[in-house]
Design a protein around this ligand. Sequence first.
Ligand SMILES: [Mg+2]
Length: 170
Amino acid sequence: MAAPLSEPSPSDTRPLAVFDVDGVLADVRHRLHHLEARPQRWERFFRAADRDPVLEEGADRLRAALVGFDVVYLTGRPERTRGMTERWLARHDLPTGPLLMRADHDHRPARYMKREALRTLAGTRDVASVLDDDPAVVAVLEADGWPVELATWLPHSSTLQSAQEVEGRT
Ligand SMILES: [Mg+2]
């Protein structure tokens, strides 16, 4: 399936500002209980993302970045949530893409999926900044040489952290 593309960017030479979605733009707290359940309810966790409140601090940062950069989303959400994620972005007046997502059956921890995606992205454009709320992601990307910043306005959930470490699901 071809990934839907955003409108053509004003320039294909502007550097990229890379934004994570969950915990940076989207407030995931209301759906973490699905991961605290046993067995964990991953599909319900993802489907409930439709109702995530927007995190204004992240949205403000994104709008500021759009002035000088082309924004790319890089999320651990699976491809099957693409339509819902794009509708959510549109509803909050945010660009709907480009949106880089995890392949549906890729269960690697997010840090490895994101490191690989950034290496691919950097083959075509300069990556000026990366914003992510997961300390494990930030540590790996920093070690890989990316200009990454830890988003701290929504403390990264220990539930999500352990789910990622054990299951590599988001
Ligand atoms: Mg995140």
